[in-house]
Design a protein around this ligand. Sequence first.
Ligand SMILES: Cc1ncc(COP(=O)(O)O)c(C=O)c1O
Length: 357
Amino acid sequence: MTARLEDLPIRDDLRGLTPYGAPQVPLPVALNVNENTHPVPPEVADDILDGIGQALGEINRYPDREFTALREGFADYLGHSLTRDQIWAANGSNEVLQHVLQAFGGPGRTAFGFAPTYSMYPLLTRATGAEFLAGVRGVDYTLSTEDAAAQVDGARPDIVFLCAPNNPTGTPLPLDVIEAVYDASHGIVIVDEAYWEFAPREERSALTLLPGRERLVVSRTMSKAFAFAGARVGYLAADPAVIDALRLVRLPYHLSALTQAAASAALRHAPTMLQMVDEIVAQRDRISATVEALGYTPHESWSNFVLFSGVEDPAATWQALYDQGVLIRDVGIPRSLRVSAGTEQETTAFLDALASV
Ligand SMILES: Cc1ncc(COP(=O)(O)O)c(C=O)c1O
């Protein structure tokens, strides 16, 4: 006998919610969750294995609760004169965001994001007992300084999520919008730069806005550009006081010694780990050009994926691609589908399949 969820004494505010559920199916070409489809280079894998081997020698002990070496690694990687007391990390940037919500959100509080945006923001918000407020975007999913500031001013949220570039649309977010939203709010402003490494090199990250803004948080992940999604490592940079707040809510020893060792080793090889970024950007631009030639409308993307519109029946197109072994994502935006840029071969398989639909 199995009970149903509604038979359990579950929290009232969790009733009726559905869990995150991007399909995990073993298709030959999986381009649905914006992973980096290139494996970790062998020379880096060797060093990671050495690090894990050393960590195993002391695995009977709890790990460094402060993951000091890893925080130093992230500070070095990010640059901008950041120091380790401004860095936090957890099991994926999802957990990093959860820590921020636990510390600054919670019951009676609100978090705000401009829809459509990353589907986990509302879920994480509600799971910590806060309410999620959805703002709206303008033409082609962009945000203007005046409009974004006015919406945040009107909503008065305790936390604002700004996804830069935005998932699932790929839309860039100008720095002056971030500044305007920060000035219009009294709460924590999180700029989620999960896909930042795929943005044009000459552009400035929100990290440049951190000095003097103690409520600003910039989160990143190793899951995308670093091809490290399976290791579950995300991080953020913020004022040291914000980091102290996060220490209040994390579980003791939340980052395992194996995770710390693997991530530190991968970070020591950052240039090698990131060597596929240019290739992925080239495939992304090839997707945009080709879907346009096929009669669809690709949206500008600074990420490793492309949202394209003009799809008459997204569910039918998704299924037709699926039947040809190509998995992409129906993100629920009318007449649109999202595809991650894969290897050249995977991208060709997707484009050929789409052309045949
Ligand atoms: C915008 C954005 N933020 C955060 C994440 C979470 O990534 P992870 O938990 O793997 O670091 C994702 C994953 O797709 C994402 O798209």
